[in-house]
Ligand binder design. Structure first.
Ligand code: NBY
Length: 684
């Protein structure tokens, strides 16, 4: 319909607030209510963008009650609660997830239809919240979903970056980065909590009180302000929170005299930039001081908030029993980035609450756990002592003391993979084999896969202009571009395939399985080799895809701007995916699990080095390439010879059936039992 048509429809539907609307007509009125009474745009506009915001606000209405109820319930029951601290969350889009979890998908689709829109057209309007880089950030977001789904009292804490991970634009010269302005208009999902503000100090010095206790004073103070994002669970009313901190300067911290004097870079203004941009991760060279400030900002704000809540929930008891703290609070650190939480909790307990070292250390030890995500030494963060002493003098005292006392007794560190996994045991599969051979399932399975491949083909056409054949084999590699992840080997394999096809006679070519190879991922902006790989893939594609002799047998696509919502189109449409990192380099990988769950077969590196639990890491990736390429091509050849639809379908069904273990619900259930020791706390 046209703009005027839609305005006419709106005029016929009374705008009604009704936040609990369930039937389509009432929901349409509620959407109209938001279009009218929470206006963010000029009146009489109801283009897809305005319709998205009005719909999202209507869905948020549905969430608010259960969100508030969940919070009050936790407050009343006062269960042990987990706090997941992460510098990164790759949330993607929230609308589809919210209507799905609220079980109002059909009602909203119907309501929007009455308003002249398809739900898909509206959900497409939402910008991805890309407050993360890759696997580590997406894992954090999956964990939040699972914590809510399992009715666990568990919140996330992160930073409200103004600009998330850059948007990848493909030009003639390869990748170009442009800022991803996810907050350009506003996010309908965040609620500023104007009552939740904590001071965060940087620099300054340590003062020794007459009684010998120490206090950190001076320096610069900035405010951390809370923004909450609702995290609805699947098939539950429990709605948890992701609390994102924003840096703010108070009027009294802002030196107007200096500013009038032409000193526009006043400390307060500089500080308010702490949350300006997500550290683009991965290669870890620069922006060190800002990054350290960001990390401390997250740790300090979150811990002050946690301690405040701990006190509030004691219900007016005036004596605080600090020994109870670890039975009310579990803190999980997502990799090294938030590890300043350890000295910060020590500082808060000793300097602000007056506890002694031993008691503070015992509490800290029993409260905080840490997950490691990498075996690459260069990805572990290091700070110079000079910088640390300058920025965080009191923390350095505490860190040195910890180092002196406990250097050899660290506990509670877990990784992200179970190496000796036994899930591939034949017995486990035996039950499923019956279904895989069942006469109806394979046909249904294939048609579902074909429908997803068709959607993926439409998407590829839309973003690259290249049309691909949904009946060809879809072979996909999507992840951050990194030498150790070996996209280079994959594209070399594709070149080899192309050369082989060129050598064949037309009859021979017809016997091969037509294949579409898709590679997508962002390269760190200053990582030259990674950017050259991106360019190579797109250049090889340009040659192959326009070669009339072979292009009905092989297409090579660089999928631009790989992110969560692009993954949601790519993964369901995949039949084969590449997980070919150099042995010993990948902590676990996570998209491999999503591919397997979606019935995709995966080619993976047999990590013999890790299996033999050898400590030596493979250092020189380039030396590997030729030798590994031969092996890789051997594997590729075997897999194309084996390619027969019936066999693929059976393997695909078995792959999905056998991958239940890789649900993040299982992971979080295990974290809850084994590490956090928290119980579910569902709304009655
Ligand atoms: O975490 C990934 C690992 O590479 C992958 O093997 C694992 O499965 C996944 C989940 O556990 N790590 C990852 O995504 N790391 C980063 O994105 C990252 C971000 C920032 C920095 C370093 C790494 N940094 O130094 O700032």
């Amino acid at each position: 319909g046209s703009t005027t048509d839609r305005i006419k429809i709106l005029e016929k539907i009374p705008p009604v607030a009704n936040p609990q609307a369930k039937d389509p007509a009432a929901i349409a009125s509620n959407i109209n209510y938001h279009a009218h009474y929470s206006p963010h745009f000029s009146p009489y506009k109801f283009e897809p963008e305005q319709a998205f915001y009005a719909t999202a606000e209507s869905v948020r209405d549905q969430l608010i009650k259960q969100w508030n109820d969940t919070y009050s319930h936790y407050h009343k029951v006062n269960p042990k609660q987990t706090y997941y601290l992460s510098m990164e969350y790759l949330q993607g889009r929230a609308l589809t997830n919210a209507v799905g979890n609220l079980d109002v998908q059909d009602a909203y689709a119907n309501a929007l239809k009455q308003l002249g829109y398809a739900l898909e057209e509206i959900t497409e309007q939402e910008k991805d919240a890309a407050l993360g880089n890759g696997g580590l950030g997406r894992l954090a977001s999956c964990f939040l979903d699972s914590m809510a789904t399992l009715s666990l009292p568990a919140w996330g804490y992160g930073l409200r970056y103004r600009y998330g991970l850059f948007k990848q634009l493909m030009t003639k010269t390869g990748q170009e980065e442009i800022a991803e302005d996810w907050l350009e208009k506003f996010s309908p999902w965040e609620i500023p909590r104007h009552d939740v503000v904590f001071p965060i100090r940087f620099f300054g010095q340590v003062e020794i009180n007459p009684n010998g206790s120490r206090k950190w004073i001076g320096g610069e103070v900035i405010q951390a302000a809370a923004y909450d994002v609702p995290i609805p669970g699947y098939k539950t009313k429990d709605t948890n929170s992701l609390r994102l901190w924003e840096a703010k300067a108070r009027a009294e911290d802002f030196n107007l005299f200096e500013f009038n004097d032409g000193k526009y870079e006043s400390a307060a203004l500089l500080h308010s930039r702490i949350c300006a941009v997500l550290y683009p991760g991965d290669a870890t060279e620069d922006g060190k001081l800002l990054r350290l400030k960001q990390q401390y900002f997250l740790c300090s704000a979150s811990l002050q908030d946690i301690i405040t809540r701990f006190k509030e929930r004691l219900g007016g008891r005036d004596k605080i029993l600090w020994s109870e703290f670890p039975s009310k609070v579990a803190v999980q650190l997502n990799d090294t980035h938030p590890t300043l939480s350890i000295p910060e909790l020590m500082r808060l307990l000793m300097d602000d609450e007056g506890l002694g070292w031993d008691e503070a250390w015992d509490i800290t030890n029993r409260t905080i756990a840490y997950t490691n995500h990498t075996v690459l030494p260069e990805a572990l963060e290091k700070w110079s002592q000079t910088v640390m002493w300058k920025l965080l003098p009191r923390h350095m005292e505490i860190i040195e003391e910890i180092d002196k006392r406990v250097r050899y007794t660290l506990n509670l560190v877990n990784g992200v993979a179970q190496l000796h996994s036994d899930i591939l045991k034949a017995e486990l599969f035996s039950d499923y084999v019956k279904f895989a051979d069942n006469s109806e399932l394979p046909a249904e399975w294939e048609s579902a896969k074909l429908a997803s491949k068709q959607q993926l083909a439409n998407y590829v056409l839309q973003v690259t202009g290249v049309s691909i054949d949904p009946n060809s084999l879809f072979d996909i590699q999507i992840k951050r571009i990194h030498e150790y992840k070996r996209q280079l080997m994959n594209i070399m394999g594709a070149v080899y395939r192309y050369k082989k096809l060129k050598e064949m006679s037309p009859e021979e070519r017809k016997k091969t399985t037509p294949r579409t190879i898709m590679i997508g991922g962002k390269a760190f902006a200053t990582y030259t080799n990674a950017k050259r790989i991106v360019k190579l893939v797109s250049d090889v594609g340009a040659v192959v895809n326009t070669d009339p002799e072979v292009n009905s047998f092989l297409k090579i696509i660089f999928v631009p701007n790989y992110n969560v919502s692009v993954a949601e189109v790519l993964i369901p449409g995949s039949e084969l995916s590449q997980h070919i990192s150099t042995a010993g380099m990948e902590a676990s990988g996570t998209s491999n699990m999503k591919f397997a769950l979606n019935g995709c077969l995966i080619i993976g590196t047999l990590d013999e080095l890790m299996l033999k639990s050898e400590k030596k890491l493979v250092k020189k990736i380039s030396l590997f390439l030729v030798q590994q390429l031969t092996k890789f091509l051997g594997c590729v050849k075997k897999e194309s010879k084996d390619w027969d639809r019936k066999k693929w379908t059976k393997m695909s069904i078995l792959s999905t059936a056998g991958s239940g273990k890789f649900s993040s619900d299982r992971t979080i259930g295990q974290y809850a039992n084994e590490i956090w020791k928290i119980d579910e706390c569902p709304l009655p």
